[in-house]
Structure formats: structure tokens, C-alpha cells
Design a protein around this ligand. Sequence first.
Ligand SMILES: Cc1cc2nc3c(=O)[nH]c(=O)nc-3n(C[C@H](O)[C@H](O)[C@H](O)COP(=O)(O)OP(=O)(O)OC[C@H]3O[C@@H](n4cnc5c(N)ncnc54)[C@H](O)[C@@H]3O)c2cc1C
Ligand code: SF4
Length: 554
Amino acid sequence: MQQRLSSPREEIGSAYDVVVVGSGYGGGVAASRLARAGQSVCVIEKGKEFLTGEFPGRLPELRRELQVHGGKMRSGSRAGLFDFRLGSDIHVLVGCGLGGGSLINAGVALEPEARVFADPVWPEELRSDGLLAQGFARASAMLRPMRYAKAADLTKVRALEAASAGLGRAPVAAPVVVSFEETVNPAGVAQPACTLCGDCCSGCNVGAKNTVAMTYLPDARAHGAEMFTELSVSHIEKHGAGWRVHFAPSDAKDGAGGHVDAKTVILAAGTLGSTEILLRSREKGLTLSDRLGMRFSANGDIIAFALGGRERVNGIGVGHPPKYVGDAVGAAVAAQIELPDANHLDRSMIVQEGVLPSALAPLLPVFFIAGGRLLGAAESLIKGVYRGPLSHLHTFFVVSHDEAKGRIVLDNGGVKVEWPGAGDEPVYARVDEALTKAAAAVGARYIKSPLAATSMGTKPATAHPLGGCGMGEDAKSGVVNHKCQVFDGSSGGSVYSGLYVCDGSIIPRSIGVNPLLTITALAERAMVHLARDRNLGFDHAAAEKLGHEPLPIV
Ligand SMILES: Cc1cc2nc3c(=O)[nH]c(=O)nc-3n(C[C@H](O)[C@H](O)[C@H](O)COP(=O)(O)OP(=O)(O)OC[C@H]3O[C@@H](n4cnc5c(N)ncnc54)[C@H](O)[C@@H]3O)c2cc1C
Ligand code: SF4
């Protein structure tokens, strides 16, 4: 029986050693490592807790978990699992819940190539102290990326192979944070084997995806961390020798807000969330780098489609319990075509085949088939997504590079991304060209923007937002230093005591691979530095009991 990790909000204390804001990869790492170091830890998360089996499996449930914001427009609960930000230049999708984006992502876990970290935009120490490699090792030990051994047998992978003829490179299995065999994971949580149901991007109802809620957060809880959900942090301020964190219920009707004090605050509310909290804190008087909000990158991340081709793809999830029994779908991503460019890093790209969650099945005829709006309600057509023309729908997730020229600013009580001309970034034309060739190789029609008729229009959208609190050598070049400590002014290298940012916002450029492993590795590295600086040790007793190698703090 899975244990609930969060506590009723009335039980939140008035002061802790550490408050962690947000519970995605960065927040999970910080909570686990600092709880293991004997600190009293409080995690505050804007979204809800979902146990296995509680993720939306049908369209009405999925709709209830949708929050959409943009300008003055706002719909859905602020604690909804799928948090869409509509922008005038670019749209962003992030996950909201205990576990952050890990709850709804595809789980692809890749390390960027060395050329990414060779960019002088990163602080020199990141390259020189050897701890980044340890960060990746620690992240992999907990999240356990794996390639599905029989990936090549999946229908969707065979379809990608056929499409790869247009790109001149064969696909390879992609490492994903999924348990393909029943296991007890390094946090001591029992996980069943993946059923290959394909619904990873609406939440795994099997319990096989190695999310933050299955790994770092239970580990933190086992070491005494307390977690509180549906509370949204507005800002922080200096308070005595530490910090005061101000929060309010995510849905205002749920009562009044409050505050909690801590010696150390780790902001891990994601690229948009942490930047928003610091922008608001600056408005209230906290001195911060002028770089705050800058260097927003969409990580060259694109989702696009191809339809009408020869190949059956079988790329629509069936969910759990399965809505349709046919050949196995596979995890949301099982294979990828790697297209490195030895001379131009920014032209490198990775094309992954993706699965759409089963809860979206009733909408697919509406978006992809002429006249489908009328037919969309028919049950036979819904079944038809598994048998009819939509079983030939290719979904491509592409990740590459952009120029990180976006800027996050406060807007209408939230934030927005300003990036005039984002859609003209060269990456989008390069991806169009590559996917047009891939579609042509299987006789399919490339579909760039199936949602063009909706409020999303044809603007680019990303699920990999990065930057806003980028790392730098000093406050002139970044918002945090290489240890994720926040600079205390607009120039110089001095930092606030006990204030850290550990999430995708600290990444100052596109990384050309899906970001979860890098975010986790940078957070692990920062926690090793924090432990060293304060002479703390991590308790490995639990890991040892389970027979897992404890990772040393070198
Ligand atoms: C559909 C989808 C598919 C993806 N697929 C992949 C993939 O295959 N591989 C990969 O590497 N990446 C993937 N990503 C991206 C990846 O999930 C994110 O990059 C990652 O989750 C970011 O981690 P983070 O620690 O920065 O923050 P997040 O995971 O975004 O967590 C931040 C948390 O903070 C909470 N929060 C925000 N504001 C506040 C506040 N004010 N107060 C309290 N809490 C707050 C949020 O609710 C959230 O839970 C995908 C993302 C999506 C949406
Ligand atoms: S394919 Fe299904 S069972 Fe496997 S990780 Fe994804 S959602 Fe879970």
C-alpha cells in the first residue's frame, strides 16, 4: 500500500532548518539530501499529491486537471496537474503536483554532450571541480534510467525506423526512468513492472515510472521531511539570521495564507515558479542580480506529428487498466534518432517517437481528421484511434538548441515569457525540414500545429522551460553561483547566506537533451557542496539496508 507523503496543512510548523519550495527534481533532491543530513525539512508544493491510480485516465478527469493562464485569462484550478501558460510569443507547459514535472513527463533521461558545458556561460568551477560527474552518478543511481530491452519490437519503434530513412540515421533505444521489472527502488518503495501502457504523460497509474514522488520524496519523508501541498509561495524576505517564506493556499477560497521561517531556503519551484518568487521578492526589496528573468530557453523542444502514412504506429496510450487490448504500446518514449552536428552544436537535434495519453483519445479525431469535430463523440471512432487512421499517427518529440533570448517578467499577478520573434528561431525551420523528410519517408503528411485553430495558434510551445535564474561567475553574469547560491546584489560574487535555487531555472542555456537528468545532477552537486560547506554528512543507512551502494561525498 503506497503511503501518502503529505501532511494536513494545519500541521505546518512555524520554523524549520530548511524550507524547500516546490517538489520537482531539484526540490526532491534537496529535501532528500538535507533530511538525510539531519536537518528539519519542510517542503511546500503548489499542486496536489497523486497516489498511483489517481492520475487522470479519461478526458473529463484530464480536463479537471487543466489550468490555463495567459494575460488576464485564467481557467482551471491553480493546483491543476497540467499547468499551461499561454504567451504572446511562446507557450509553456509544466507539471504541478507533489513530484512536479516528473508526474507527467516522458521520463527520457539523457546527459548533455561535453560541448554544452564547455560554453563559458557556465561558471568555470562547474567544469573543474569534478562534482558534476558525481552529480550525474547520484542522479542516475536514484532515478535509474533504463533502455527497454525489446524496444526494437514495438510497433511505434518500427515506424520510427521506417521514418528514419528520411534522416539517414537509425534509431536507438532511449534511456527512460521507468522500471521495466518489478523492484524495490533505492528509496525502499515497491514498484511493479511497466505494463507498456503508454500513458506516462498523463501520470503513471501502474507505479512503474521512477518519478520524484516514487524516489527522492519518499526518501526525504523516511528521513523526517514534512510535506505540505496546495500551498503557493508568493515571496521570501530576510528575517533575522534566516528567511521568512510567505505562502497562501493555491486556491484562494481555501483560507488565509501564512509564513514559515527557515535558516535555509531552497527555491525549487521550476523555471517559471522560482523566477516568479524571486521577481516578487525583489519588488518587495530583496536585492538581486539584474540578470533575474533573463536567458529563458525553450531547449529547442518541439512536439509535432505526421499522419496518413503507410506505417501503423500504435502511438496512443491504452492506460491502466487498459481501454483497448492490442499489441503493446510501450513507454511514452522508447527510441530516438540522434542527429549530432560535429561543427555546429546548435544544429544538433534528437528526434524521439512519442505516445499521446489515452485520455486524449476522444479529442484526436477533432484535431487530426477533417470532419472529426462531428465524429469525435462517436464511441466507435474513439476505439478507431487504436485501429483506424489515427493508429498511423506519428508523434515526434524533438529537442535541440535555441539562443535562450527569452525573458520572464511579472504580469497580471503571475509571470509571462517575453521573446519577440521566438518562432523565427532557426531551430524551428531546421526541425520542420527534418520532420518533413521523416514524414515523406513513410508517405505521411507532416503536421506542425494541429492546435492552430485554438488559442494556442501557431506559436512555438515548450515543455522544457529553462533559465531565468541562470548560473554565472558573479551577479553581473548570473543570478546564482555554481553552488546554486543566490548572489546578493547586482554586481560582485558575494551571495546570501542560506538562499539557493535548485531547478531548471539555473540552467543558462539550451542543453540539447531532455533536461530532467541535468537538473537532478546540478541539484545533487549543489547539495554535496552545501554539505561540505557546513560540515554535514548524508545518512546512507537506509540505502545500505537495501543493498545499494552509498555514494560518497568526495
Ligand atoms: C509533458 C512533458 C513531458 C516531458 N518529458 C520530459 C522527458 O522525457 N525528459 C526530461 O528530461 N524532461 C521532460 N520534461 C521536462 C521535465 O519534466 C522538467 O524539465 C522538470 O520537471 C523540471 O524540473 P524542476 O525541478 O525544474 O521543476 P518542476 O518539475 O517543474 O517542479 C516545480 C514544482 O514547483 C511547484 N511550484 C511552482 N510554483 C510554486 C510556488 N509558488 N509555491 C510552491 N510550489 C510551486 C510546481 O507545482 C512544481 O510541482 C517534460 C515535461 C512535460 C510537461
Ligand atoms: S508505459 Fe504505462 S506503466 Fe509504463 S511507465 Fe508509462 S504509464 Fe507507467
